[in-house]
Design a protein around this ligand. Structure first.
Ligand SMILES: Cc1ncc(COP(=O)(O)O)c(C=O)c1O
Length: 402
C-alpha cells in the first residue's frame, strides 16, 4: 500500500462511521470505464459504482446538462410544478407500461415508497385489510427498517435492529408452493427482483415468474418488481421485467437512473397510483431539477445509443470468454449466470482470494455471496476491456490453483 493510501485510511478512521468494509483502494478520479488511485494508477472498472454509472464515469455531456440546469434552478421543492421533472416523467413512462411515477432519492426510498403505495392502495382504494408483503430468500431491497425487513438475508444486516416492522414474510427461492402457502387474507403484494443482484446474480426462471404472476392474479394481490439494480438497460432490455413479458403493478428504479446523481423512482399503473393522494407521501429532494435534467439526458443516450442491445451483446461476449476460460480452469470456474451486463462468474472455490488477485491486477469487480464475481461495468465497456479482465482472471486463477 502506498503512503498516500495509508494516510487516507487513517484519516477516515477518525471521521466516518464505520459501516463499510472498504476495498483497499482510494479513488481520486474516474473516467469512462477506468478508475485512478491517489498515485494515478489506472484500474479497469467492472463495478461502475455498483451498477450506477452505466454510461461511464465523468461524461462531458452529462456534466454540461448538470451545470446548465444548476445555473437555472437547483431546488425549489415539490410544492411547485417543474418542467424538468415532467420532461423526465414523460421519457421514463415511454420506456414501460406504467402510467404514473413518484420520484425520490435512492433504491431503499423507492422500495419503501412501493411498499407504502401497495398498503395504501389496498386500504384506500380497495378498502381491504391487506398490508403484508412477501419477498424471496436472498433478496435485497435496501437498508431502511421496512426494506431491511423485506430483504431475505440475515446476519449483521439485520442484527441489533429489533423490533423490525410487521407485515413482511420471506419464502424460499424458486418454490411456488412456499409462496402459495404464505399468501393469506392480509397479503398485499409479492415483491421480487428479476435478477437477484446482491443475492448472487440469480435470474428468476421464467416458469417461476409465470407462476408468481398467476398467484397474484388469482389472489387479487399486487406484483412489485425491484428494478433498482436491473433497470435502465443493464440486463439487455430497458427494464428486466420486459424479458419476461410481464407488467408489474409497481416497480422501482434508482442506481443508473441519473448515472451517479442520487435518484429513485416508483412507477405504477394508473389504477394503483390512485392509492396516493396529496399529503400521503412526499420527499423534499425527489425529482429535483438538476437530477431530473440529468436523468432525462441519460434516458435519451440509453435509447439513442441502444445501450440495452449493447448490454446484451457484451454480456454474451463475456459469457463466451468465461466458458472458454473454464476449459482451462474447470475446477475453479463453475459457470456463469445473469442477464446482459448484470453478469456473474460462479466460482467453485477461493472466491475472496480470486477477487483480491483481480484487484492486484488492477481490475475492480465485486464478490457476492462469497462465491460469485459480479461484473456490472459501464454499459459502454468494450470487448478489449472484457478481454483485459479475462487475461487478469486467467493469471489469477493460474496463480491461485498453484
Ligand atoms: C435490488 C436492490 N434494491 C434496493 C437497493 C438499495 O438501494 P440504495 O442503496 O440506493 O438504497 C439495492 C442496492 O444495492 C439493490 O440492489
Amino acid at each position: 500500500m502506498s503512503e498516500k493510501f495509508e494516510a487516507i485510511k487513517k484519516r477516515e478512521s477518525n471521521l466516518i462511521c464505520n459501516t463499510y468494509g472498504r476495498y483497499p483502494l482510494a479513488v481520486s478520479r474516474a473516467k469512462d470505464c477506468r478508475l485512478y488511485d491517489l498515485d494515478g494508477v489506472e484500474y479497469h472498472d467492472f463495478l461502475a459504482g455498483i451498477a450506477v454509472c452505466s454510461l461511464g464515469h465523468s461524461r462531458e455531456d452529462l456534466a454540461e446538462v448538470m451545470a446548465e440546469q444548476a445555473r437555472k434552478m437547483v431546488h425549489v421543492s415539490n410544492l411547485f410544478y417543474q418542467e424538468p421533472q415532467l420532461d423526465l416523467a414523460e421519457k421514463l413512462l415511454s420506456t414501460c407500461a406504467a402510467g404514473k411515477v413518484f420520484f425520490c432519492n435512492s433504491g431503499a426510498e423507492a422500495n419503501e415508497g412501493a411498499i407504502k403505495l401497495a398498503r395504501k392502495y389496498m386500504h384506500t382504494v380497495r378498502n381491504e385489510d391487506r398490508y403484508e408483503v412477501i419477498t424471496l430468500e436472498k433478496s435485497f431491497h435496501g437498508r431502511t427498517l421496512s426494506t431491511l425487513t423485506a430483504t431475505g438475508q440475515y446476519g449483521p444486516i439485520k442484527e441489533g435492529y429489533n423490533p423490525l416492522p410487521e407485515g413482511f414474510v420471506t419464502v424460499s427461492f424458486g418454490n411456488v408452493n412456499a409462496l402459495r402457502g404464505a399468501i393469506n387474507a392480509h397479503t398485499a403484494a409479492i415483491m421480487i427482483e428479476m435478477v437477484q443482484g446482491e443475492g448472487g446474480v440469480r435470474p428468476l426462471p421464467q416458469d417461476y415468474v409465470n407462476d408468481i404472476v398467476a398467484l397474484c392474479k388469482e389472489n387479487g394481490i399486487l406484483l412489485i418488481v425491484d428494478e433498482v439494480q436491473t433497470g435502465v438497460c443493464r440486463t439487455g432490455r430497458f427494464w428486466a421485467h420486459q424479458h419476461y413479458g410481464i407488467t408489474p403493478d409497481i416497480f422501482t428504479s434508482a442506481k443508473a437512473l441519473a448515472n451517479g446523481l442520487p435518484m429513485g423512482a416508483v412507477l405504477c399503473s394508473d389504477e394503483v397510483a390512485k392509492g396516493f393522494t396529496p399529503g400521503s407521501h412526499a420527499t423534499t429532494f425527489g425529482g429535483g431539477a438538476v437530477v431530473s435534467a440529468v436523468a432525462a439526458k441519460v434516458i435519451d443516450i440509453m435509447l439513442e445509443e441502444k445501450m440495452a442491445d449493447r448490454a446484451l451483446k457484451m454480456g454474451e461476449f463475456a459469457k463466451k470468454q468465461v466458458l472458454e476460460l473454464r476449459k482451462k480452469h474447470p475446477e475453479t470456474i463453475a459457470g456463469t449466470r445473469g442477464l446482459g451486463l448484470l453478469f456473474g462468474i460462479e466460482l467453485a472455490k477461493n472466491g475472496p482470494e480470486i477477487w483480491k488477485g483481480l484487484l492486484e491486477h488492477k481490475v475492480v469487480c465485486n464478490l457476492t455471496q462469497g462465491t460469485v464475481l459480479r461484473l456490472v461495468p459501464p454499459l459502454t465497456v468494450t470487448e478489449e476491456d472484457i478481454l483485459f479482465f479475462m487475461r487478469a482472471l486467467d493469471e489469477v486463477l493460474t496463480s491461485v490453483e498453484g
